[in-house]
Design a protein around this ligand. Structure first.
Ligand code: C2E
Ligand code: CA
Ligand code: CA
Ligand code: CA
Length: 274
């Protein structure tokens, strides 16, 4: 039995180092990817449930890896966060999204707000606000057409600092949403002190599986909470007409999901512009 135990330990150990090796290779390839233009932004429409119109979009990162195709950010963002590579990647993301949105506006399309996902590590940089200002100045994008999506994890790291930065962003017109709302361990106590504009209901409360009643109760409660606090609320992961109807009935302001469109390239996204 002891021999077996030893064996198991050996196997476990080996598996772990293989994973570490894989991650090491991946992180080096990711570093290259930034230089080789393998990163690209996709866009997903955000729809006003009352007007039925596209009012904005979320920018989502894709890695077009040679011979492998598109890799999901879930596969490489956590690693980029651990290694700090998220800082240069995040800057590249912000810049290319602002350039793209400015280009659409300059070409005469009605301006819409584009939302960018911001990692905790990125937001907590001491010069984050200055970096936003620089990018807005360099690209010429009106701050009223930029939004940032941050998570509860980001918010609770250094509440005083977060409040200061959120106030400054709000003052210049950048909108802030709390992403994946309801999935974290943090209480929503911070909401009373923080000037955010909207909450995004995580798609785990929208999607159809089991526990539907309970999930819907949570979604409903988040909508009520948001409205009591004068915040807008967006539901993500809306895939069916039934989900949309439920959200409409409960006064959810905006929806996003495969029911309308998957995230698509900037060129393809033009079909949603007017
Ligand atoms: P997220 O911010 O919660 O983004 C929503 C995710 O749900 C996206 O996955 C989107 O493609 C997916 N989604 C949208 N509608 C539906 C639907 O109807 N059904 C289903 N099943 N999925 C839907 P994606 O693009 O793979 O991104 C995963 C996560 O990676 C994002 O979650 C976000 O946390 C992170 N991420 C993506 N782009 C960036 C970025 O530029 N910077 C940072 N820091 N993180 C990013
Ligand atoms: Ca998001
Ligand atoms: Ca989300
Ligand atoms: Ca997420």
């Amino acid at each position: 039995a002891k021999g077996n135990g030893g064996n198991c330990y050996y196997v476990y150990n080996k598996a772990l180092s293989e994973k570490q090796m894989e991650n090491l290779i991946l992180i080096n390839e990711l570093r290259q990817a930034l230089e080789n233009n393998e990163l690209i932004m996709f866009y997903q429409p955000i729809i006003d449930t009352v007007k039925g119109q596209v009012v904005g979009m979320e920018a989502l990162l894709r890695w077009n890896k040679p011979e492998q195709g598109f890799i999901s950010p879930d596969k490489f963002i956590p690693l980029a966060e651990e290694t700090g590579l998220i800082i240069p990647i995040g800057e590249w993301v912000l810049k290319s999204v602002c350039i793209q949105n400015k280009r659409w506006i300059d070409r005469g399309y009605n301006a819409k707000r584009v939302f960018v996902n911001i990692s905790a590590r990125q937001f907590q940089q001491k010069d984050f606000f200055e970096k936003i200002i620089t990018i807005l100045n360099e690209t010429g994008l009106d701050p009223n057409y930029l939004g940032l999506e941050i998570t509860e994890t980001t918010v609770v790291q250094d509440i005083k600092y977060t409040i200061e930065i959120l106030n400054k962003l709000k003052d210049i017109g950048v909108s802030i949403s709390i992403d994946d709302f309801g999935t974290g361990y943090s209480s929503f106590n911070y909401l009373k002190d923080m000037k955010v504009d909207g909450l995004k209901i995580d798609r785990s409360f929208i999607g159809e599986t089991n526990n539907n009643c309970r999930k819907r109760a949570i979604a409903k409660t988040i909508i009520l909470l948001a409205h009591q606090l004068n915040l807008t609320v967006t539901a993500e992961g809306v895939e069916t007409k039934e989900q949309l109807e439920f959200l409409k009935e409960n006064d959810c302001d905006y929806v996003q999901g495969y029911y309308y469109s998957k995230p698509i390239s900037a060129d393809e996204f033009e079909k949603f512009l007017d």
